[in-house]
Design a protein around this ligand. Structure first.
Ligand SMILES: Cc1cc2nc3c(=O)[nH]c(=O)nc-3n(C[C@H](O)[C@H](O)[C@H](O)COP(=O)(O)OP(=O)(O)OC[C@H]3O[C@@H](n4cnc5c(N)ncnc54)[C@H](O)[C@@H]3O)c2cc1C
Length: 386
């Protein structure tokens, strides 16, 4: 095992894995240091929604570039990402109808397959849904979901096949800086050296930032999810849905439906807290919410429920770019929506690190210093998590 690399990546989630893959494609050797195992953090708990409907251009473009990977995974990466096309419906309350229409226009201009549909269309796409409150919705026929752990494992596997190194059970405990430049890290398994260090530690990223004296507005965000077994009357699948009015999202997986809620996601907890169990009261709230949109779910059965932690920033967008000492980069703060953009972000971060700027998608809006500059990212919808 070598302990010298061109780039050290702290964290083996889908973002650390994607960056290692894209660096390896350019012949750059990365060592990924992961304190547990690939996908142990948010990635392994992610609901895996893959859609392009966002309320900013940068997010939509990152999701669209990433979508080319998800639907051509074998050719572009190799292995499996588990992408399943279900179609995606974005439902909004009446207050957001105009914003939805503007977003669809933006998506269509980018080339994303997205269309404005009516309540009758939604009823045809999903006869089990209540649509009385629906005026219009966005429909993405190509979208769906993927398997986040498989995705991360495929990316790291492809990275390793091209020379990257993965060290698991390896906790980064300190960052070495000399003359204003990073030189390496201290870990539970000894020292590793590289002139570039990337913080891809998800909900733990603030701990890594503090190792180089960075004090950025960064928090932890907890999110519980639940699988229910669909009853016989809706045994057939249904589209993937984000439902603003009922503050939830849900998607199928075989005979199960996965649901998460937009509200009641606590901030500031330790990311090392129990994630094997959902918080008290979550299951009851989620079932009530799901039955509002899909009444037949009242005959469903609880399958399982658990939680996960992601890093969150004040504008609910990631921090991407250099910060602190020379050679230190941030690739973190995905604020609960970072799975689907990981392929494109890994490519863009590689361009930023190696060429000085990302050319595939302009990610300069997401630079870490935007908070100090008072330039937070603003979308057409209000930030969705609360
Ligand atoms: C329950 C849940 C559902 C979600 N659903 C979706 C969804 O449907 N669609 C979507 O796009 N996004 C979703 N997200 C968000 C998405 O999963 C995350 O944004 C994404 O997985 C973040 O990946 P990451 O690589 O940045 O972080 P992580 O996957 O958290 O990886 C960070 C890694 O760093 C490691 N680490 C931490 N500290 C150290 C250290 N000191 N030394 C070494 N390693 C360290 C951790 O062990 C961890 O494995 C969801 C998130 C959660 C929690």
């Amino acid at each position: 095992m070598s302990n010298i690399a061109d780039v050290i990546i702290v964290g083996g989630g889908v973002h650390g894995a994607s960056l290692a893959f894209h660096l390896a494609q350019r012949g750059v050797k990365a060592i990924v240091l992961e304190k547990q195992f690939i996908g142990a953090g948010a990635t392994g708990r992610s609901s895996g929604l893959v859609r392009m409907h966002y309320d900013t251009e940068v997010d939509s473009r990152l999701a669209w570039v990433s979508f080319q990977y998800f639907r051509n995974w074998k050719e572009m990466v190799g292995g499996e990402c588990g992408f399943t096309r279900t179609g995606f419906i974005q439902l909004v309350d009446k207050a957001h109808t105009n914003a939805l229409k503007a977003n669809i226009k933006l998506h269509q201009a980018i080339g994303i397959p997205s269309m404005l549909v009516t309540a009758d269309d939604v009823k045809r796409l999903a006869p089990q849904f209540t649509t009385d409150d629906v005026e219009v919705a966005a429909y993405e026929p190509e979208s769906g979901y993927a398997m986040p752990s498989d995705t991360a494992n495929a990316l790291i596997g492809a990275a390793r096949a091209r020379g990257a190194q993965l060290v698991q059970d390896c906790t980064v405990t300190g960052i070495q800086v000399a003359g204003g430049k990073v030189t390496g890290v201290e870990t539970s398994l000894g020292e590793f050296s590289a002139p570039i260090i990337v913080n891809a530690a998800g909900a733990w990223a603030d701990q890594i930032n503090k190792m180089v004296g960075l004090d950025l507005p960064y928090n932890t965000w907890r999110h519980d999810t639940m699988f229910v077994v669909r009853p016989n009357e809706i045994r057939l699948s249904h589209p993937t849905v984000i439902d603003f009015g009922n503050e939830m999202y849900f998607r199928p997986e075989g005979g199960l439906t996965l649901i998460g809620l937009e509200d009641g996601n606590p901030l500031g907890e330790s990311p090392d807290s129990d994630t094997d169990h959902a918080k008290k009261g979550f299951v009851e709230r989620a079932i009530d919410r799901l039955c509002l949109r899909v009444p037949a779910m009242k005959n469903g059965a609880l399958h399982s429920a658990h939680g996960g932690y992601d890093g969150i920033t004040p504008d609910q967008h990631p921090m991407l770019g250099p910060a602190g000492p020379d050679g230190f980069f941030l690739d973190c703060g995905y604020s609960g929506t970072g799975f689907k953009t990981a392929p494109a972000v890994g490519l863009c971060m590689t361009e930023l690190i190696l060429d000085g700027a990302a050319k595939t998608v302009d990610i300069s809006l997401l630079r870490p210093e935007r908070f100090a500059e008072g330039e937070q990212v603003k979308g057409n919808y209000q930030n969705i998590w609360h």
